[in-house]
Design a protein around this ligand. Sequence first.
Ligand code: ATR
Length: 283
Amino acid sequence: MITGKTSLVGIIGDPVEHSLSPPMHNAAFRHLQMDYVYVPFHVRKENLAIAVVGAKALGMKGLNVTIPHKREVINYLDELDTAAELIGAVNTVKFDEKISKGYNTDGLGAVKAIEEVRSVKDKKIVILGAGGAARAICFQLLLNGAKNVLIANRTLENACQLKEDLLRNFRAEVSCIKLDKKLGEELKDADVLINTTPVGMHPHEHQKPIVSEEMIHQGLLVNDIVYNPLKTGLLTEAERAGAMIINGVKMLIYQGAIAFRIWTGINAPLDVFEKALMSELGY
Ligand code: ATR
């Protein structure tokens, strides 16, 4: 029941109606009998500033921020956490009485999903794609001590731009290549492979995966951030090669769990998050 004491959190984006975050967080609030509600808000670009100021004025505890506002929202916040500042994008805001602070839990969520299985410290990681998700993940990998990050992208220039941005902040081995057959050579001594491109995403699940079975060795940990379908073509190829796989739902769960903790100070029930997501996705 919503009362005068209920705490409000939510998500702003355009579009926002398909967001999986409201059912995920509300399921956790119900499960833990917490007096919170999570509401989606459709906010257009021209209303972003007033929405953020208004959310704080209304006493909201926090927000998730999604496309297309993740970069622009920074202009309307008082403080940024280190990762958000480095990445230049915010997906989570916490409001205190006076201060609004921005965080980025996308990269951290993805890296946490991987580190449940294997630490990235001193490892070689290959990233497919160089968009917003790749950027958040690459910065977090280097924050967590990855030794060597190779960015492979359809447009070489975008991969090399991301490399430059990373090297401006970290002393590490970072390289950029075009996404083509040469990737097979690079994968031979890699520890982790992460796909951040939409290749294989519904309704194009039958698109040929960029990396095929013969390019994957058994010791490679393969993560696809695409969660629809749950087992993408890439993950199917990886399984055939005998490699361990991590599906895209894990990143959603962990990025949400980190935001949940930022707002409430409480650890999210990961199993409740997962169940809500699976049901929402129809699995
Ligand atoms: P996000 O912000 O979610 O990461 P994005 O910024 O649109 O999404 O980035 C998508 C990434 O997937 C880009 O690196 C894009 O490659 P380009 O830099 O060449 O545009 C990559 N991508 C998109 N469609 C692709 C495809 N069909 N094959 C290979 N890479 C693709």
